[in-house]
Design a protein around this ligand. Structure first.
Ligand SMILES: [Zn+2]
Length: 97
């Protein structure tokens, strides 16, 4: 990350290392809107087939939520991201396996 890419923490508006912690986070905020019609269609198929997993295989596998906009990236300092980040990152890496 180059100097020009390092912006203030989005939460506290201070430098990302203001707390003397050398680690900080870059997060991407992506907005989604639920597609109610696709969910109703999926739920109907699940009811008809009696199985969510069977409906997933047999159905059109539509997106149930639609991404809105391009999303925003922001930096967050270690002190602002809180004490649960190790737990959150552990959950993320567990689900990627
Ligand atoms: Zn901060």
């Amino acid at each position: 990350m180059k100097r020009e890419d390092i912006k203030p923490c989005i939460v506290c508006d201070k430098g990302v290392a203001h707390d003397n912690n050398l680690m900080f986070f870059k997060v991407k905020i992506t907005r989604f809107v639920i597609d109610a019609r696709a969910i109703q269609s999926q739920a109907g198929l699940e009811t008809m087939l009696g199985s969510a997993s069977l409906a997933q295989v047999m159905g059109p596998d539509e997106d149930l939520a639609i991404e809105v906009g391009e999303g925003d990236e922001a930096l967050i300092s270690m002190s602002c991201i809180g004490t649960r980040i190790d737990e959150i990152m552990g959950n993320v890496s567990d689900k990627e396996k």
